[in-house]
Design a protein. Structure first.
Length: 465
């Protein structure tokens, strides 16, 4: 048998993701805010795209609700010419900076953030005139974490700046008198003591508890602390109440991580009598630029025509992807509204068990498509603003063939704990018994798991004296 090269033809089938399909998947996953940012970027990069100030097409949700059009009415025309709009004015292009007042980007008018560092440096400049000490102060301020705690030791600062340790200590004491109270501390005990001293409170027992008994205090071991210090139980109760008025994270209110974050809904659900209207909140609408359309039709240069045709294909794919996203979101939102009407009318306790597979079967889409379409999306409803994923919840048997969603159980758990006696709070088994009285059988471990997930401490930690 001899070895050699041969040519052989063979027919195979394989799955390939084209760039256009990859873009459609990416667009589907974007939230409304991220989508608008992406479209603005594409507007700058692709001359074939143009911002459509007034869309001739109404919101798909409102249109479908009011006219009763089916999904077949929204099929795409594969001919790219259909995406052009006839216009007699082909020679005028609106300048980039010229925008309508209602569509102007509000982010351009937001002032620069005034954070903790800026606030402390302003106070430093008012109090300290010495250049050398100001340098030390700025170095210390620059090494505070977002909660206002100093992250370096005095010795490290002295070594880095090549100054005396005493100078660093003196500057740190000045900063610890700044607002907010408790700033510049090296640990929780020092932070609380700084606040106590700024209030001109001189209480040896209070300082003793802060210095040496905070761990026991956090665990609610008030009797143990009273016994160790030889004081009345009521005295420790009073100290606990006072310490709760202090701020353990004085810098938190000034940190960038605590800035107000706005959520813009991707879907808006409005009550209309006994029914609901669904609006897909799209933001930017795109169309093909008629000026470059005319150039493509008339240009003789093959390189220019090739460039414009490539940009045209990209623009058409993007417009189709955005439109497909709108249709997909409407289908899913329409299904969720139909299935979760009790939740929309009455709140979380009436949320029904629902999973991605059920919705995928109803709307005729793949489960992975439902997952992508609902990730990072928010829905504005008559009950408030919710992540789209909050409409999905696992179910727990509640007797017979009925199931209760995990989200509804967590909401009921919150209300049960809120109504408990703070002197004798319910343990996990007590809560499980409360649910059993309603016909919902849940194990103690499940209660502990749900309690932890929604941030409710254990019964021992919830006790109030």
């Amino acid at each position: 048998m001899t070895a050699g090269n041969t040519i052989k033809m063979e027919q195979t089938q394989k799955m390939m993701i084209t760039p256009g399909l990859r873009q459609a998947i990416m667009v589907l996953q974007l939230s409304m805010v991220d989508l608008n940012s992406y479209l603005e970027q594409q507007l700058q990069e692709n001359p074939m795209l143009e911002f459509e100030e007034e869309s001739d097409q109404q919101e798909i949700g409102r249109l479908a609700s009011e006219t009763g059009l089916g999904d077949d009415e929204y099929e795409f025309d594969p001919e790219w010419q259909d995406y052009f709009q006839d216009s007699s004015d082909l020679g005028f292009l609106k300048p980039e900076k010229e925008t309508d007042q209602e569509n102007s980007n509000y982010e351009n008018y937001i002032r620069q953030e005034y954070g903790l560092v800026e606030f402390l440096c302003d106070q430093l400049n008012l109090v300290i005139n010495n250049t050398r000490q100001r340098l030390i102060g700025r170095y210390l301020i620059g090494n505070l974490d977002e909660n206002g705690y100093l992250q370096v030791s005095v010795d490290e600062v002295a070594a880095s700046l090549k100054v005396n340790r005493e100078e660093v200590e003196e500057t740190l004491k000045i900063i610890q008198n700044f607002d907010p109270a408790g700033i510049g501390a090296r640990n929780l005990q020092e932070c609380l003591l700084i606040q106590v001293r700024q209030l001109n409170i001189k209480d040896e027992l209070l300082e003793n508890v802060i210095m040496y008994h905070l761990p026991e205090l956090a665990k609610g071991k008030l009797l143990l602390i009273a016994h160790q210090l030889g004081v009345n139980f009521a005295d420790i109760q009073g100290i606990l109440r006072f310490i709760k008025t202090l701020d353990p994270k004085p810098g938190c209110n000034y940190s960038s991580g605590n800035s107000v974050k706005y959520v813009i809904p991707d879907v808006i659900v409005e009550r209309a009598g006994q029914d609901y209207t669904i609006i897909i909140n799209d933001g930017i609408n795109l169309k093909i630029n008629p000026y470059y359309k005319s150039i493509l039709e008339k240009e003789a240069d093959s390189k220019v025509r090739h460039f414009l045709r490539v940009k045209l294909n990209a623009a058409v794919w993007l417009i189709k992807s955005v439109e497909q996203r709108r249709i997909t979101l409407f289908k899913i939102a329409n299904c969720l509204v139909a299935l979760q009407q009790d939740f929309l009318r009455c709140g979380y306790e009436h949320l029904k068990p629902l999973n991605l597979k059920q919705v995928a079967k109803i709307v005729g889409l793949h489960e992975s498509t439902i997952s992508r379409a609902t990730s990072n999306k928010y829905v504005q409803t008559p009950q408030g603003m919710f992540p789209m994923r909050s409409f999905f919840s696992a179910g727990i048997s509640s007797g017979g063939n009925k199931e209760t969603s995990a989200a509804a159980i967590k909401e009921s758990l919150r209300k049960i704990v809120a109504r408990e006696n703070p002197i004798k709070p319910l343990n996990d088994q007590d809560v499980a018994d409360k649910f059993a009285e309603r016909g919902i059988r849940i194990s103690r471990r499940t209660i502990a798991k749900y309690r932890s997930e929604i941030g409710i401490p254990s019964a021992r930690q919830r006790i109030r004296y």
